[in-house]
Design a protein around this ligand. Structure first.
Ligand code: ADP
Ligand code: MG
Length: 347
């Protein structure tokens, strides 16, 4: 998960790559180490186990002035469920580690666990352990989630081929719009002056998409079980960053058709109200927890037909190109490089 500091993405990617180069080793049973949404271990002749972990730090990933502890817990589990979803795996076991500030009461922890468990329940994920410590610098919350798939049956970031179509689930940019709305309640945001133009239901929708996002677990399993996708990643850092990971791991380039990116009416209206492009929100907004995946042209019809039957929103937004093409975006007949940007929450 990206840290929200000045230009954090590139630095974080470079650090992880260097740690991988220096310290990662091939060991028996390891199918996938550093570099995907989960690590994958072959545990038997039939099963692969998937491991993912995320750390949330107060003041970096959330601000208790604008977020409830319930939503912090809920989002922490969703971030991990989303990584497991991107592998096409079934989420199973959860470990929770906490560093708790002295100011916290028992009721604060109860509220946090209400959110954590609410996110686990629909997926029947079992809490099996964790660790607890005091903190001198705000709340820290680390979640580890374990999932399973059949052996040789998972979605990886590598696997995209030139000519594959690029799809996303759901709509993009909502979570960032929701966060900005929450922040505008505690700071003097330009939207304050224009609030009347923005309906309550739009506001509720966007805030909810931020505080209670939905990891696409069923969708990931479907893509994997039916062998519909050639590669997948979840959108936690924003389309422009996460597409880059998928392309790097698959050693390909990509062309994104900006006009195709699915944006909700609420997000579009919000963007208009604050005078920014909705595309900007969609490209840079992290924490949508939608799936970004690639599909061979021969599977596109089946994918779209089955998605319609199941009520999944899946939108084709571009095409995988050779690596030398790099990652470009097209709009109104113009092609230009897709910028690497991230929205910085707490500037
Ligand atoms: P995601 O956004 O899907 O959670 P990240 O960008 O956090 O993925 O991490 C990318 C890859 O780098 C993952 O394989 C993750 O396990 C690995 N990784 C991240 N931080 C570290 C670290 N400090 N040491 C080793 N591996 C790391
Ligand atoms: Mg991920």
């Amino acid at each position: 998960m990206a840290r929200r500091q000045a230009n954090p993405l590139i630095r974080e990617f470079a650090l992880i790559r260097s740690l991988e180069n220096r310290f990662a080793r091939r060991v028996p049973g390891l199918i996938q180490g550093i570099g995907d949404d989960s690590a994958v271990i072959e545990t038997s002749a039939r099963a692969w186990w998937h491991f993912t972990t995320d750390l949330l730090a107060e003041g970096i990933h959330f601000d208790l002035k604008s977020a409830t502890l319930e939503s912090v817990g809920y989002r922490a589990v969703m971030a991990n469920l989303s990584d497991i979803a991107a592998m096409g795996a079934v989420p199973r076991y959860l470990l929770i580690s906490l560093a708790i500030p002295k100011t916290f009461k028992r009721s604060h922890i109860d509220e946090l666990y209400t959110g954590l468990m609410k996110a686990c329940r629909p997926h029947d994920v079992a809490l099996i352990g964790g660790d607890t410590s005091a903190s001198k610098a705000g709340l820290f919350l680390s979640i580890t989630l374990v999932g399973t798939t059949n052996r040789r049956r998972a979605l990886f970031r590598h696997g995209a081929k030139v000519g594959d179509h690029i799809y996303v689930s759901g709509t993009l940019g909502d979570s960032l719009a929701g966060l900005k709305l929450l922040m505008s309640d505690i700071t003097s945001h330009p939207l304050g002056r224009r609030k009347t133009k923005f309906s309550r239901s739009h506001r509720r929708f966007l805030v909810r998409r931020h505080t209670h996002p939905t990891a696409r677990v069923a969708e990931g399993r479907w893509l994997n079980d039916r062998r519909l996708a050639s590669a997948a990643i979840d959108l936690s850092d924003g389309l422009s960053g996460d597409l880059r990971h998928l392309c790097e791991e698959s050693r390909v380039g990509a062309e994104v058709e900006l006009d195709k990116i699915p944006i909700s009416p609420a997000c579009r209206t919000y963007a208009r109200a604050i005078g920014v492009s909705p595309i900007q929100l969609a490209l840079t907004g992290g924490e949508d927890y939608e799936l970004l995946f690639t599909v061979s042209p021969r599977n596109c019809d089946t994918l779209e037909r089955q998605a319609r039957t199941r009520g999944y929103r899946m939108t084709r937004i571009g095409t995988i190109r050779p690596q030398r093409f790099r990652i470009q975006m097209t709009s109104d007949g113009r092609t230009q490089p897709l910028p690497v940007t991230s929205y910085e929450h707490f500037r």
